[in-house]
Unconditional design. Structure first.
Length: 137
């Protein structure tokens, strides 16, 4: 029997498809508004700040900090129940986007993760997409 995998995103969705396609090359992208300069994340058609529709895609460095996190200790999902305890975290990238991910590469997520901890992206590879996870930097 195949190992269960995490639920994967729909890579053909109109607004977010280009973001997921870029992850195949391990590029973590975000949008910047050409009109007002606001950083937009997750990907969308219109700027969250000024509603302009001219958005430029940029590559993030992958460096960031933990904004907040929670440790999941119990899950009934076939993939996640095998990886508890694990940390779900809001990551603030140094360019400004905030994204929800996991902090990996720690022995004990209850002890080894803290607010403002520097992290670096780490890619979990799948056939059609790579998932951005973060480890202590
Ligand atoms: Zn704007």
């Amino acid at each position: 029997m195949a190992e269960p995998t995490r639920p994967l995103p729909n890579t053909s969705e109109f607004d977010t498809g280009p973001f997921w396609k870029a992850t195949r090359d391990k590029r973590l992208t975000y949008q910047v508004c050409d009109d007002c300069g606001a950083v937009n994340f997750y990907p969308r058609r219109h700027c969250m700040s000024c509603l302009g529709n001219s958005l430029t895609v940029r590559d993030a460095s992958g460096r960031g900090k933990v904004y907040s996190f929670s440790v999941i200790r119990q899950s009934y999902h076939p993939f996640f129940r095998n990886v508890v305890p694990y940390a779900v975290a809001w990551i603030d990238l140094e360019e400004g986007p905030r994204l929800l991910s996991n902090v990996v590469g720690v022995e004990d997520p209850l002890q080894d993760i803290s607010i403002d901890m520097p992290v670096m992206v780490e890619w979990e590879e799948h056939e059609d997409v790579c998932i951005p996870l973060f480890r202590p930097a």
